[in-house]
Design a protein around this ligand. Structure first.
Ligand SMILES: Cc1cc2nc3c(=O)[nH]c(=O)nc-3n(C[C@H](O)[C@H](O)[C@H](O)COP(=O)(O)O)c2cc1C
Length: 204
C-alpha cells in the first residue's frame, strides 16, 4: 500500500510522529509520501523539541528512528505540485492529515488550495479515495464546523484528535497511540489492537 501523510501546524505533532512510526512499521505499507507545512516544523519544535525546519530525508528518518538509508518514507516539498501525490494517476490508498489545522481544513474545504497538501487532499476527494483529517482546535467556530460538514459530504472522514479514556491509558503515549490506532483502522491496517473494545470489559 502507498499512502500520503501530511503534517500541518495544529497542535499535536506527537500524533503525527506516532502515526508515521506505526505506518513505517507496518508490512502492508510500502511507501509513505510525507508532506509538511511550514508551521508544522514550528509546532514540532515547540512540542517535541525536534528540529524539522528545512526537512530532508536524514532528519525525517532520524526523527522516526528509521535506518538512515530507509526509503519507506518519501518527503515531498510543499511547493512541489509535480510531486507524486499531486496526480490522480498515481494509484494510492489515500491520505491522512495529522494533525490538521483549521487553515488547511478550510483550504481543502474551499477547493482553492495553494500548496501540495491541499492539492493531494483534493486529488483524494476527486478520485474517491480515503481522506482522513485529524483536526485539532478548541473550541470550534461555525466556520470550522461548516467546513467539516462540507468535507464529510465530499467524502472525507473527520477523525478529531480527541482521544478516548475507556482503555485507561497510563501514559501520554498510550493516550496518543489509541487515537493513532483509530487512524490505522480507517485503512484496515493491522496494529496491536491493545485498545480495541471487545465488550468483555463490562459485566453483562
Ligand atoms: C504552537 C502552535 C499551536 C497551534 N495550534 C493550532 C491548533 O491546534 N489548531 C489550529 O487550527 N491552528 C493552530 N495553530 C495555528 C496554525 O499553525 C496556523 O493557523 C497556520 O497558518 C496553519 O498553517 P498550515 O495549515 O499550513 O500548517 C498553532 C500554531 C502554533 C505556533
Amino acid at each position: 500500500m502507498e499512502l500520503t501523510v501530511a503534517i500541518t501546524g495544529a497542535s499535536g505533532s506527537i500524533y503525527a510522529r506516532r502515526t508515521l512510526e506505526l505506518l513505517a512499521g507496518c508490512n502492508a505499507v510500502e511507501t509513505i509520501n510525507l508532506i509538511m507545512s511550514g508551521t508544522a516544523a514550528t509546532v514540532a519544535q515547540l512540542e517535541l523539541g525536534v528540529n524539522l525546519k528545512e526537512p530532508d530525508m536524514s532528519k525525517i528518518n532520524a526523527w522516526l528512528d528509521l535506518e538512515p538509508e530507509s526509503r519507506k518514507v518519501r518527503l515531498w516539498r510543499l511547493d512541489n505540485f509535480a510531486a507524486k501525490p499531486s496526480s490522480g494517476s498515481n494509484k494510492q490508498a489515500g491520505m491522512i492529515v495529522v494533525p490538521c489545522s483549521m487553515g488547511t481544513l478550510g483550504a481543502i474545504a474551499s477547493g482553492a488550495g495553494t500548496n501540495l497538501i491541499h492539492r493531494a487532499a483534493d486529488v483524494c476527494l476527486k478520485e474517491r479515495r480515503k481522506l482522513v483529517l485529524v483536526p485539532r482546535e478548541t473550541p470550534y467556530n461555525a466556520i470550522h464546523l461548516e467546513n467539516m460538514l462540507k468535507l464529510t459530504h465530499a467524502g472525507a472522514t473527520i477523525l478529531p484528535a480527541s482521544p478516548g479514556f475507556y482503555h485507561r491509558p497510563r501514559s501520554i503515549d498510550e493516550l496518543v497511540e489509541h487515537l493513532c490506532f483509530r487512524i490505522l483502522d480507517q485503512f484496515d491496517l493491522p496494529h496491536s489492537k491493545k485498545t480495541q473494545w471487545t465488550g468483555d470489559e463490562v459485566a453483562e
